[in-house]
Design a protein around this ligand. Structure first.
Ligand SMILES: NC(=O)c1ccc[n+]([C@@H]2O[C@H](COP(=O)([O-])OP(=O)(O)OC[C@H]3O[C@@H](n4cnc5c(N)ncnc54)[C@H](OP(=O)(O)O)[C@@H]3O)[C@@H](O)[C@H]2O)c1
Length: 274
């Protein structure tokens, strides 16, 4: 396991990689913790690797994301939450399902680190989300609703209307539609139904599972993949790197060959002691 230390200078460097004004192999010398940060976040910051679709889920030790009453506020510890905000800052858009938008009222802004707010995208096939939901507030950041029905939205909200097949959008059609409006680097933030849709269709480059040392017991499961295998040997066993954030541990799974190639460390500058 690599420990991650996100110092201001390594975070500035990652934001510069994201902006295209620095490259992953420059800078330093870096401490071991800073190299951990570059290894974890570098593949998300880089723009020379083509489109990136990463899903992140924060869960308990027993694979839950909430209690039976729906309390989901603090599954991740403080470092897990900061990690989520860092991924938001490195992506051009963050995608949630309407279930999360209705249940959690998230704002999807970057508040726990420096960096730009990503575009906010809600998958809402039947237009159930109210226009005054926090995720659609007009703060100058792009807001997009992916809808399957005609339903007018306020002028600052873009509507991406896509065809429904058996009440579902094809995940590939969502990604193509978002790429068509300039959004190539996407965080699929949840919930479980939405992440599983992209995972099962093979459209995630990376899956990050952040585990907090908490046992919830009965409650909704984190990932709700619908894939059924009879043999463990046939199950997805991705190449995985493990990072210690402090309060939480992240399993970073490369699901495509491009994602795996991107994790070869490129920060070849001499290293200082940790
Ligand atoms: N721990 C974490 O990291 C984390 C992160 C985010 C959310 N959450 C939790 O997750 C829970 C909500 O998750 P959830 O899995 O129930 O719901 P969800 O994934 O947030 O939303 C699911 C809904 O989004 C729409 N949707 C998603 N993908 C679609 C597709 N390909 N085609 C058509 N519609 C699609 C559907 O809406 P319709 O129902 O209208 O058809 C679907 O029922 C909340 O409790 C929240 O707190 C946890």
């Amino acid at each position: 396991m690599q420990n991650v230390e996100v110092t201001p200078r390594v975070w500035d460097h990652l934001l510069a990689i994201r902006a295209g004004t620095a490259c992953a192999c420059c800078g330093g010398p870096w401490s071991a913790g800073e190299r951990g940060a570059l290894d974890l976040y570098g593949p998300l910051a880089r723009r020379d690797l083509g489109p990136v679709v990463v899903a992140q889920i924060g869960q308990s030790l027993d694979g839950r994301i909430a209690t039976v009453s729906g309390d989901a506020a603090d599954v991740s510890g403080p470092d897990g939450l900061a990690h989520l905000h860092r991924i938001r800052a490195l992506m051009s858009g963050v995608v949630i399902g309407v279930g999360t938008a209705l249940h959690d009222n998230p704002r999807l802004t970057v508040r726990l680190c420096d960096g730009p707010n990503p575009a906010r995208i809600v998958i809402d096939p039947k237009a159930r989300l109210s226009d005054d939901a926090p995720v659609l507030h007009d703060d100058g950041t792009r807001c997009i609703v992916v809808q399957g029905v005609d339903h007018p939205r306020p002028s600052h909200v873009e509507v991406l209307k896509l065809p429904l097949v058996d009440d579902k959008f094809q995940p590939e059609a969502i990604l193509q539609g978002l790429r068509g409006i300039g959004l190539q680097h996407l965080l699929i933030e949840g919930g479980g139904i939405t992440i599983a849709g992209f995972l099962d269709a093979g459209h995630l480059c990376r899956l990050q599972v952040a585990i907090a040392p908490l046992v919830i017991g009965n409650g909704p499961a984190a990932l709700t993949s619908t894939i059924q295998q009879t043999r463990l040997a046939d199950c997805l066993r991705p190449e995985t790197r493990v990072f210690g954030l402090g309060s939480d541990v992240v399993f970073d799974c490369g699901l495509t060959s491009a994602a795996r190639d991107a994790t070869v460390p490129k920060h070849g500058v001499p290293v200082t002691a940790s």
